[in-house]
Each structure stands twice: as structure tokens, then as C-alpha cells.
Write a protein that binds this ligand. Structure first.
Ligand code: SF4
Ligand code: SF4
Length: 284
């Protein structure tokens, strides 16, 4: 069983509303993805501040040196997270990395993000790892809506498009959340808000994931890019409406910084990724 939710609120920046001054490091060990979100633009660069971006891909064993350096420079780091740039369950890299962390840095909170396609079948491995917190991105629980956000999934070596793929994805997300939550691991669900597509669906998602066992919900405003580049980014009123509807059912996290896959530091306070990952110095 992972750490209690109340413990995470005191020691994990994302569960404590960024009020506990705790830091996190993201280890970019997961390169590829097994689904095709229409808004996804994964890239390697040193400058953009958004999910899906990293300056490099690490091998699991390289995280030991990176973590040592990060803890030296920023002792406030309490959380080792893996959030991409691709999906953490599409390869074994994230699970290998967490096994290393469990042994070498047992004091660190282990936090993982996934799209959940393989969560149902890999739930037992995740539970055995002693993960403390898991974020699952669920953008719809209606396959017709999900198919407007995601072109296809690659599932057991097969490409499955549209609504058929969406049905499998949603089923595996919800069943996976149930298993992992039942084992006592704290679950946060992220939804990318695309007002034209899932704006009126957020309440239903929040209600459903809460019933499956999620503790917290995070509305992430769309960054219009890739195939959804011509849509508008949600306005403040869209975001507030989505948060208000979701908060009728589940605790809502309001401080998402849409971090890079190699972010390091206390969110909103300090950023050490340039030093840790030796990014080129940039003009901010
Ligand atoms: Fe975990 Fe996501 Fe917060 Fe990173 S941003 S520490 S993966 S909840
Ligand atoms: Fe991109 Fe994440 Fe969607 Fe994969 S799950 S396509 S990495 S946004």
C-alpha cells in the first residue's frame, strides 16, 4: 500500500495544492506512446514549458545519478515522478526506474502518470512496486467523445481506430483505476478540457472516476496543437465552469502547471531542470 492521502497532502506538491513547499523531479524515461491523442505534440527541446517536452530521454539506470544531483541541489524534492514524455506503461522503463528508486531512495514518494491503456493488465505490477500516487488521464468516458480526441490505440500489437479503440481505452482506464485504488494507492485523474468536444462531459467523467476510486481531479486546459491546433484554448470561464461541475463530485486540484516531462523543483517556486539535465541556457 502506498502512502495515505493525508500524508501526500503534506509532502506531495500536486496533492497539497502547492502549499506544502515540496518539490518533485520528473524522470523522462518513457519515450513512446500507445495511443494517438489528437492534441499531442511530443518533442525533445530545451525551451517549451508543457507536458510531452523533455531535453533528453534517460535510461532507467541513469536516474540514480540524476536523483543524487537533484537532491543535492534541491533538498526540498520529496517526489520522484514519471510523466512521459510518452506513456509510462508502453515500455518497462518506468517500472524498472521505480524499482531502482524503491531500493536506492526509499524516502522518495513514487508518482506515475499514465494514459491507462495498460493499467488494467499491469495493475498488479504497479501495486507490487509500492507506488504512492498515480495519475490517469481520462478525457472522456463516452467512446464517441473519446474518439474525437484520440485517433487510435495500439493494443497488443494491433492498431484499433476510432470508437472501437476508445471503448477499450476507457474500459481499461476505469477497471485499472478500480484495482489500483482498491489497493490503497492515491489516484488523481487528469482530463484535458477541450470545450467544443468534452466541455459538457466533464461532470460525467468526474462522477465516474470518483466512483471508480479516484481521490482528486485535475482539469488541464487544451494547448491547441497537432490535429486540434485550430481549436481555441479554453477561456477562463470554460475552465471555471468545468472545475465547478467536477467539484460537485470530487476534490479538484487547481494548481496544475502543465509541467515538462523533465521538470525539477518546487512547482511555481523553483526550477532546476536546466542544471540537472544540462539544458542549454535560455532567455526566459
Ligand atoms: Fe506526479 Fe504529475 Fe505531479 Fe509530476 S506533475 S509529481 S507526475 S502528479
Ligand atoms: Fe501524447 Fe500522452 Fe496522449 Fe500519449 S497519452 S498521445 S503522450 S498526450
Amino acid at each position: 500500500m502506498g502512502r495515505e492521502y493525508s500524508d501526500l497532502q503534506n509532502s506531495h506538491p500536486c496533492f497539497g495544492g502547492h502549499k506544502n513547499n515540496a518539490g518533485r523531479i520528473h524522470l523522462p524515461v518513457s519515450p513512446g506512446c500507445n495511443i494517438a491523442c489528437k492534441f499531442c505534440d511530443r518533442t525533445i527541446n530545451d525551451v517549451e514549458e508543457r507536458p510531452g517536452v523533455t531535453s533528453k530521454i534517460l535510461k532507467p539506470e541513469e536516474s540514480v545519478e540524476i536523483l543524487k544531483k537533484a537532491l543535492e541541489i534541491c533538498p526540498d524534492i520529496k517526489v520522484a515522478g514519471i510523466a512521459g514524455p510518452g506513456d509510462t506503461l508502453a515500455t518497462d522503463n518506468a517500472i524498472k526506474t521505480f524499482s531502482i528508486i524503491k531500493k536506492e531512495f526509499p524516502q522518495l514518494i513514487k508518482c506515475m502518470s499514465t494514459n491507462g491503456l495498460l493499467l488494467n493488465e499491469r495493475a498488479e505490477e504497479i501495486i507490487a512496486l509500492g507506488l504512492d500516487s498515480l495519475t490517469v488521464t481520462v478525457n472522456a468516458i463516452d467512446p464517441e467523445i473519446e474518439a474525437q480526441l484520440n485517433d487510435y490505440i495500439i493494443y497488443h500489437g494491433k492498431k484499433i481506430e476510432g470508437v472501437e479503440g476508445a471503448k477499450i481505452l476507457i474500459h481499461n482506464q476505469l477497471e485499472g483505476i478500480k484495482k489500483v485504488a482498491a489497493a490503497g494507492i492515491t489516484i488523481k485523474v487528469n482530463s484535458v478540457l477541450v470545450p467544443e468536444i468534452n466541455g459538457d462531459h466533464i461532470e460525467e467523467i468526474a462522477k465516474t472516476v470518483k466512483a471508480a476510486g479516484a481521490k482528486m481531479y485535475n482539469v488541464i486546459p487544451l494547448i491547441p496543437q497537432h490535429k486540434l491546433k485550430d481549436l481555441k484554448a479554453p477561456a477562463c470561464a470554460d475552465i471555471e465552469k468545468a472545475i465547478w461541475k467536477a467539484s460537485k463530485h470530487i476534490e479538484v486540484f487547481r494548481h496544475c502547471q502543465r509541467c515538462r516531462a523533465d521538470a525539477v523543483g518546487v512547482p511555481g517556486v523553483s526550477e532546476f531542470g536546466d542544471q540537472i539535465y544540462q539544458r542549454r541556457l535560455r532567455v526566459r
